[in-house]
Design a protein around this ligand. Structure first.
Ligand SMILES: CC(C)(COP(=O)(O)OP(=O)(O)OC[C@H]1O[C@@H](n2cnc3c(N)ncnc32)[C@H](O)[C@@H]1OP(=O)(O)O)[C@@H](O)C(=O)NCCC(=O)NCCS
Length: 177
């Protein structure tokens, strides 16, 4: 596996060569090709890419993760924290809005590296400055085992478990910095 650099997306990055295999992942490809750079400029989303340096052409993106401000709506679930007593059913969170790894690069730890980056950025830079306790994702059903391995918990409500993309979350107070 070639050495990849993980960093914020840049204008000159090649967005066309991210091959995701199954057609059901096409929206993840479209987002990278058509929206990620514009959303970056407009401060609507932050996208981090894993790029393979190419001396003869643009750096090629082999995986990416997009983060936005979000929340967890518990919708009748038990409170997500024990103390202090928290009077709301919405919890502040950073949301993984998109995550994808090139089909030829899966299974080598890149997805986990991108998720760890999201956890690290949120815990180290967001939490000390803005109230935020969780990282959350609407997990595609096929990616639930992956998020499980990355330490995420499925929000425990019947409605959530029936969703096509159930909410999963990590409590940042339970992971080391
Ligand atoms: C989900 C995805 C990002 C995972 O990326 P990846 O680079 O293959 O994952 P990693 O190699 O970092 O795997 C981390 C762990 O999860 C496990 N894992 C990954 N995908 C898995 C799967 N489909 N089923 C079970 N376990 C899985 C790995 O075995 C590894 O386990 P370990 O803790 O024993 O080492 C990638 O498969 C992908 O891009 N899928 C298509 C798009 C998608 O579903 N995105 C998620 C949107 S919510």
């Amino acid at each position: 596996m070639p050495q990849l650099e993980i960093r914020p997306i840049e204008t000159g990055d090649g967005v066309k060569s991210l091959s995701l295999g199954d057609e059901k992942f096409a929206p993840l490809k479209t987002f990278l090709q058509k929206h990620a750079k514009d959303y970056e400029v407009a401060t609507l989303a932050r996208t981090y890419v894993a790029v393979e340096p190419d001396l003869n052409s643009k750096p090629q993106i082999r995986g990416y993760i997009t983060l936005v401000a979000g929340e967890i709506v518990t919708d009748g679930a038990a409170p997500l924290i024990e103390t202090p007593a928290y009077a709301y059913s919405q919890y502040p969170a950073v949301k993984i809005a998109r995550l994808a790894v090139h089909k030829d690069y899966r299974g080598s730890g890149l997805g986990r590296e991108l998720v760890d980056l999201a956890l690290g950025i949120t815990k180290s830079y967001i939490c000390p400055r803005v109230g935020c306790r969780f990282v959350v994702v609407d997990a595609k059903r096929c990616s639930i085992p992956f998020y499980d391995r990355c330490g995420f918990t499925l929000l425990d409500t019947r409605t959530n478990k029936r969703r096509s993309e159930p909410v999963m979350f990590v409590d940042l107070n339970k992971i080391p910095v």
